[in-house]
Design a protein. Structure first.
Lengths: 396, 396
């Protein structure tokens, strides 16, 4: 029997070839650059109600294969989904699991304990797993990550001897940088044992033991005596859960001294209301990549920071920087597929490949954002000692 | 009969003298710099449950007089209120009147049509009635207002020929500046006839008729065809009312072209929840100064901008700049009390004196804030053409 493509696909002009399990081929343009190989006949029925999540799941489960550039495949997958005009809802989007210490430890371990060697394949040398800062757009990833560290430290007006708390310190790149380049004393915490082990190894290797202390610690257990001059949190509030953001921001408030600065750098949702993520892309992320991750809108994180007593002084979107960062990560991973497969296996590799290419696309399209939110814990009289302008960030 | 002071006041150390209607005097420190003259005996009972609103209303109604520096009197009034440990609630704070064209026109007229000559007594030459930008803190008010205009135009990346919409243009200072200094075409709107008349006069006087068009127009009547390259709104969203912020932000979205920038500069509330304004100071403002004004929190304005389709790219707090601006306005008004009284009468003068000194104090203490919120209407593909960094704002 000759298989029919869904009618919505007929007449589409795309550099795409669809090849079915039985060898039938459909081409949507003169020079196909991407081929979708449908291996499972039952997928045809599901494709009548498509979503990026459906394409993603089918790829992870091996029900379809992709040939050609993965990032181009993501873009074409989105155009296909759009062509249908109606999308599967992101069913998981409203479901929230109450976050507690145990759930958070499990969720963090799932993602960050995967394999240090795997992350080393495609991250920069310092293993910075967050949005880089491209000052001109011509920088290497290595340089852009160092520039990001500078940007964060400058926004924090970090001074020699400052006691800096790094909440969610990852592999410790920023902690070591702040100690080495700015003379800070750093206390960093993570819930990932793999990250902690490698981070501590590198602190030793760089002889920074007297300046950098790293611990496996939940944010709920942070000291609340205002001992820190500054607090930095990078890629962390996405894991906290909406319901716990008041607790999280109160913990940051309690940790920093009066007059101290708190930087929250993280991924934010596009809309403040609970509209589903565009084209059903959120389910894939929740199911395979960041279990129990919950992106707040900038308004949500701002509200909780304020209500905890922290005054918002500076916000900057780095959305297009993150698109660029993720494109580079994706390219680097695509260049090391065999090594990656040996380290984490076929199933996980499919997840990470699609996640990196897909998130690059999502940031470029504006489905998600990245905001650096700087806040101050005011002095008792309501004032603070921040410079009158931000010119010092740009060394004028 | 010898009058007793409320017990909470006994033992207070303040540079304050209280003088009663019958000549009795109480001193709270060795060298009183401020004297509160209680003219109305019935005020004594009310002072047992004090608030800044009570002091303010009593001053406006002439039930008490203040001798000494008005700004010091505000500070001492706050310390007195604190000393009682319990404060009258800000009863008006939760009451909202539905904003429509008619109410908005009346509210704006109440404040801004008061008397151009009065505002000229204490504003800078360009009559800029919003937070100035003090780059070093040493600038004159005149200079700091010009620098604020530059800061806004730079954030908007204003280019020669850009069509700029100025929503709530006041006396047209920014509109003329943008035309003169940046070569923009400007369309400005206000609901104040007094402002419009003087603003147009000055456009003529400066020969800017071909570049600056000013109209008496409600924001609800703005063209929605994306004709403007940039939009600026200074000191405007405070008048819109919370319930109308979705409509207001949709109007801005509809007015600006794809890829265009929208700057909202305005006063924001300290907390995102509906806690009353500190020490009951909000009632005075609502009753006497800004009828039907409603300060949104930064989170609220951010949420509505996003949900209207505008992406937030840059936020800056200028809170301490506004404290400084208001201190200077207050000092300038205090230096011209006789002329001011001749222009607006005793009752209004008491309101404006206390409002300026009180708001300077409120900004300094952090009870209210000032945020510049820059947003972009993204291009169809989700991208935008903003520079990668903000260094261009600081001419590096």
């Amino acid at each position: 029997m000759y298989t029919q493509l869904p009618s919505a696909l007929q007449g589409l002009q795309l550099p795409l070839r669809i090849r079915l399990w039985d060898g039938q081929q459909f081409e949507f343009g003169a020079e196909p650059r991407v081929t979708i190989l449908v291996k499972d006949p039952t997928l045809m029925a599901e494709l009548a109600r498509p979503s990026l999540d459906l394409f993603g799941s089918a790829f992870v489960e091996g029900r379809l294969e992709l040939e050609g550039s993965l990032s181009e495949a993501v873009q074409i997958g989105d155009q296909l989904t759009q062509a249908f005009g109606h999308f599967a809802q992101d069913d998981d989007d409203g479901k929230r699991t109450a976050h507690d210490r145990s759930l958070d430890a499990t969720s963090i371990s799932y993602h960050y304990d995967l394999s240090n060697a795997f992350y080393q394949l495609w991250l920069d040398r310092e293993m910075v797993y967050s949005c880089a800062y491209f000052k001109t757009g011509q920088e290497s990833l290595e340089q852009a990550q160092q520039d990001k560290f500078h940007h964060l430290c400058r926004k924090l007006r970090l001074q020699p001897g400052d006691y800096l708390l790094d909440v969610g310190c990852g592999w410790g790149g920023l902690a070591r940088f702040a100690a080495r380049e700015y003379g800070a004393q750093v206390f960093g915490i993570t819930l990932s044992r793999e990250q902690l082990a490698l981070a501590r190894e590198r602190v030793e290797a760089q002889g920074l033991q007297d300046q950098v202390e790293l611990q496996l610690l939940d944010y709920r257990d942070l000291p609340q005596d205002g001992r820190f001059d500054k607090v930095v949190s990078v890629g962390m509030f996405e894991h906290v859960g909406h319901a716990n953001l008041p607790l999280y921001t109160r913990c940051l408030f309690g940790a920093v001294k009066e007059g101290g600065l708190v930087m929250n750098h993280g991924i934010t949702a596009r809309h403040s209301d609970s509209r589903p993520v565009e084209r059903g892309a959120g389910t894939f992320i929740h199911r395979y990549v960041f279990p129990n991750g919950e992106l707040p809108h900038l308004a949500m994180i701002s509200a909780h920071l304020s209500d905890a007593g922290l005054e918002i002084v500076d916000v900057e979107s780095l959305r297009l920087h993150y698109a660029r960062t993720l494109e580079q990560w994706s390219e680097r991973l695509e260049a090391h597929l065999d090594e990656a497969k040996a380290l984490i296996g076929e199933h996980s590799l499919r997840i990470w490949r699609l996640y990196l290419a897909g998130c690059a696309y999502a940031f470029a399209r504006g489905w998600i954002n990245l905001h650096q939110v700087l806040a101050v814990r005011p002095l008792a009289d309501g004032s603070h000692h921040l410079p009158l302008t931000r010119a010092d960030l740009y060394r004028c």
